[in-house]
Design a protein around this ligand. Structure first.
Ligand SMILES: NC(=O)c1ccc[n+]([C@@H]2O[C@H](COP(=O)([O-])OP(=O)(O)OC[C@H]3O[C@@H](n4cnc5c(N)ncnc54)[C@H](OP(=O)(O)O)[C@@H]3O)[C@@H](O)[C@H]2O)c1
Length: 241
């Protein structure tokens, strides 16, 4: 029996992954997020496949206890998918808008990622897969906290991979970088190549199964990323709205 925890499973990509993984059979899926009613729906749907724990990753005091409790109820943990994230367009550069993004995508996110890696190191195997964003490759004039926090996550995951390589343990870290996926999170104008949730989930699951270090979702975003990183700074600043 595989045990998979999904932090941020109440909507969008996390919800899609929870549904798809649970359909595979021989699996226990632990779902987390703030919306308890949505978590309850999972358990009512298939009580044998789901365990749930409501939690807000920005409430750092109780966060590790919640993760421990859910893992214990699942009977252990093989894979943790960290999908929880937030971000808003912030043309007025209002700190009140930036702050929840920093608290969720940096403080809460790091607490969950660290807990998972310590857990897997202790048991000698496991897999952390985090959903970052192709948007973290460069700064964004319309959502600076979002792009900066996603850059933090990508860098942090690279650091974790380096740490684990040195320990020679079969503990894997996958950085999943979507372009645009059709969820409430896809905000702003001029969105292109917006992937349906189902297609994104399929590619995410394939990347996890292959234990890739970095996966672009959908695959064509790898080429966008390659180009995006090479735009010189003098030109890039002129491209921002
Ligand atoms: N959609 C895109 O175009 C796109 C592109 C690139 C990257 N991504 C990334 O993909 C991930 C999933 O986003 P999505 O598109 O699926 O959007 P979504 O539907 O808004 O999902 C976000 C998930 O994060 C959870 N979450 C947010 N704040 C939380 C908190 N403080 N504590 C616990 N859980 C929290 C939400 O649950 P509750 O609200 O119930 O807490 C929800 O389950 C995010 O990290 C996002 O940055 C998305």
């Amino acid at each position: 029996m595989r045990r998979i925890m999904i932090v941020g499973a109440t909507s969008g990509i996390g919800e899609g992954l929870a549904r798809r993984y649970s359909a595979e059979g021989q699996v226990k899926v632990g779902v987390m997020g703030r919306r308890a009613d949505r978590l309850k729906e999972f358990c009512q749907l298939r009580p044998e496949a789901f365990e749930a724990e409501a939690c807000d990753v920005t409430k750092l005091e109780g966060l590790e206890t919640s993760l421990e409790r859910l893992a214990a109820r699942m009977g252990g943990l093989d894979l943790l998918v960290l999908s929880a994230g937030t971000g808003e367009l912030n043309p007025s550069l209002d700190y009140g808008i930036e702050r929840p993004t920093l608290e969720t995508n940096v403080l809460g996110w790091t607490c969950v990622a660290d807990w998972a890696v310590r857990y897997f190191e202790q048991q000698g195997h496991g897999h952390l897969a985090a959903i970052t964003s192709a948007g973290g490759l460069r700064g964004s004039g319309v959502a600076p906290a979002y792009s900066a926090t996603k850059a933090f996550q990508m860098n942090y995951l690279e650091g974790l991979r380096q740490r684990l390589h040195g320990k020679k343990l079969p503990v894997h870290v996958t950085d999943l970088r979507p372009g645009f996926v059709d969820t409430v999170m896809a905000k702003g104008e001029g969105l292109f190549w917006v992937a349906p949730v189902d297609k994104a989930c399929r590619q995410i699951m394939r990347g996890i199964a292959r234990r890739k270090d970095v996966v672009y979702v959908t695959r064509r975003w790898r080429f966008v990323a390659w180009l995006y990183r090479r735009i010189p700074g003098w030109l890039f600043k002129r491209m921002q709205g």
